[in-house]
Design a protein around this ligand. Structure first.
Ligand code: FAD
Ligand code: NAP
Length: 536
């Protein structure tokens, strides 16, 4: 069995904190355990090598039938039943291969299984349910029988952690870039708030290729932070981690959603029914039917008699994770500049305004000239075709337009002669037509060979990009037959699946194939890299 070095004795609760010696000792123990649940102690190089000496093949066939971003976690886990632990860990992830964790799903799970990655909470799209499942799967590693266990021994050596490297090339080594400006893309009357955001990379020297994404380290809203400090009965200058409490809450920890460890802490600081409730929440149960709405502030409101010590409180929170955005500019067209197309997440729960962390940071908190920590996330299989003559079909409703604006700007800058067809759609033509003038100018200039639009709320019935695709299915099939690449970007949960279904129907109808043959045809397009997706 792999030996894990026990974590060193952790003194988290300062001697000045208002606890008895027994309470302090107990809380220190609690946090020592808690810190190790944030991730196992990483193995040393020798320990890692020892793990790798196990059988390289673990009998798994490499298939991943759960690799579908629209499938609920329970179904994914079911499909992975009986597989080696590393494969079940992969099924626990959100299946977006989005790169937000610094890996793709397959490599992140392998890295956890071979203990070269200590952090179990990096899957942002999977959120708490992925983190919980990984924690429980992780506990199986050391329970598994020694040596011969394929589960523990067989994570391949390709699962290397994405640490270090050149600055600005990974989430673990970000670089400072300058925020330049924001411009609202929606016109009055819109229900959406989507921003064109610009950065200056000339100071940091970072470059990128179209198709890549940009990682942003955002800061929490100061208003929310100050409310939390007041709820804790603390001062914003209270010293924590060698900084002020306010600095730590703004820059270092996630304030939404509330992690299980916060409920655990609260369960230890209260009694009776409140303790039972906090314990249940920490176990993933939902005693009051409100678990999904509990951010950190809501937890303090729910347990008004519990006021954790600031030091203990921040240690019970999760680190702030970066967010990824598809780059909507081309370095070839505008060297040293980078733009994003960001939909702002705002919603109200129990009369309290909730703010998406990074989107509202970009929409209102960061100011022109400010610096922020960023990195370029290389795309995995989402890029312009190597042959500039290859025609491309781009399907990107809403913010899905981002990488396609970049593709078009790049093809113009490099003089690529291939034909370009864009399907764009959004709610209303008069207020949600992003980059309207620019796209029309590209059409007039002949760069944009075809522009097909779909407005979902202009008429009585919803009309989506896939409805427009079906209308022009014959021409779309002709482009495919000429060797066009097809790209989809935007919403993963519904749109991407519906667009793929429409493509299958078009291939069946206009390519004279049965449905099964059309499905196989689209699968083959994917395999050959002619059908690529950037969905989230
Ligand atoms: C590869 C990739 C590329 C991406 N590209 C883009 C892009 O080009 N443009 C873009 O806008 N986004 C893009 N995203 C999404 C982006 O990374 C963020 O997830 C998004 O901006 C939300 O982040 P946030 O920090 O603002 O919100 P968060 O703080 O992460 O909050 C979002 C969460 O709030 C909750 N929530 C949201 N709305 C509601 C509601 N109405 N009721 C209850 N709960 C709710 C949900 O749990 C949701 O997961 C991309 C993601 C990936 C992985
Ligand atoms: N969880 C959800 O339910 C949900 C839904 C939408 C977006 N999102 C997320 O919100 C973020 C930003 O979204 P966005 O601003 O890019 O735009 P968006 O909200 O995805 O909407 C863009 C356009 O797509 C339409 N649309 C909705 N369902 C569709 C489907 N099944 N097939 C094709 N088109 C469909 C929308 O129409 P209507 O809105 O009029 O139906 C709208 O016209 C993304 O991260 C996305 O994943 C989440």
């Amino acid at each position: 069995m792999n030996q894990i070095t026990p974590p060193p004795k952790v003194e988290i609760i300062p001697s000045s904190a208002p606890f008895s010696e027994a309470q302090r000792s107990w809380l220190n123990g609690f946090f020592a355990g808690l810190l190790s649940t944030d991730g196992p102690t990483p193995l040393s190089a020798e320990q890692g090598a020892a793990v790798m000496q196990g059988p390289v093949g673990d009998g798994d066939d490499g298939e991943a039938p759960w690799h579908d971003q629209t499938m609920p976690i329970a179904e994914r886990m079911k499909l992975a039943e009986g597989r080696p632990l590393r494969r079940r860990m992969m099924a626990a992830m959100a299946q977006q291969d989005c790169g937000q964790c610094g890996y793709d799903c397959h490599n992140y799970s392998d890295a956890i299984a071979n203990k070269s990655e200590a952090r179990l909470n990096l899957c942002v799209p999977g959120g708490k349910e992925t983190a919980r499942m990984l924690k429980s799967l992780y506990e199986e590693i050391d329970k598994a029988p020694p040596a011969a266990s394929p589960d523990t021994a067989a994570a391949p050596a390709t699962a290397t952690p994405a640490v270090g490297g050149e600055p600005g090339r990974s989430r673990d080594n970000p670089i400072a870039a300058k925020f330049v400006s924001r411009r609202l893309l929606n016109k009055p009357g819109s229900e959406k708030e989507t921003w064109h955001i610009e950065f200056d990379l000339s100071g940091c020297g970072l470059d990128y290729v179209v198709g890549d994404s940009f990682g942003i380290f955002a800061r929490n809203d100061l208003g929310l932070v100050d409310q939390i400090i007041a709820m804790l009965g603390a001062s914003h200058t209270t010293a924590v981690r060698g900084k002020t409490l306010r600095e730590v809450l703004v820059d270092e920890v996630s304030l939404s959603p509330a992690p299980d460890t916060l409920f655990e802490l609260i369960s230890y600081l209260t009694g009776g029914a409140q303790r039972e409730k906090a314990r249940a929440l920490a176990q993933g149960e939902d005693p009051d039917g409100d678990a999904a709405t509990l951010d950190v502030m809501a937890v303090l409101q729910k347990f008004p008699n519990v006021r954790p010590h600031p030091e203990a409180f921040v240690e019970a929170l999760e680190p702030l994770q970066p967010r990824l955005y598809s780059i909507s500019s081309s370095h070839n067209a505008t060297p040293g500049k980078l733009s994003l197309t960001v939909d702002c997440v705002r919603y109200v729960i129990n009369k309290r305004r909730r703010l998406g962390l990074a989107s509202t940071f970009l929409a209102e908190r960061i100011q022109p000239g400010d610096e922020l920590k960023v990195y370029v996330q290389k795309a995995h299989g989402f890029a312009l075709p190597q042959d500039p003559k290859t025609p491309i079909v781009m399907i990107g409703p809403g913010t899905g337009i981002a990488p396609f604006r970049a593709f078009l700007l790049d093809r113009r800058a490099t003089g690529a002669p291939g034909k370009n067809w864009l399907f764009f759609g959004h709610q209303r033509s008069d207020c949600d037509f992003f980059y309207q003038e620019e796209l029309n100018a590209m059409k007039t200039a002949g760069l944009l060979t075809r522009l097909s639009l779909a407005w979902s709320r202009d008429g009585d019935k919803k009309f989506y990009v896939q409805d427009r695709m079906r209308e022009v299915g014959r021409e779309l099939w002709t482009w495919l037959a000429e060797g066009a690449n097809v790209y989809v970007c935007g919403d993963a949960k519904r749109m991407a699946k519906d667009v793929e279904r429409a493509l299958v129907d078009i291939v069946a109808q206009h390519g004279a194939r049965s449905t099964d043959e059309a499905i196989a045809f689209v699968a083959e397009l994917k395999k050959k890299g002619r059908f690529q997706q950037d969905v989230y």
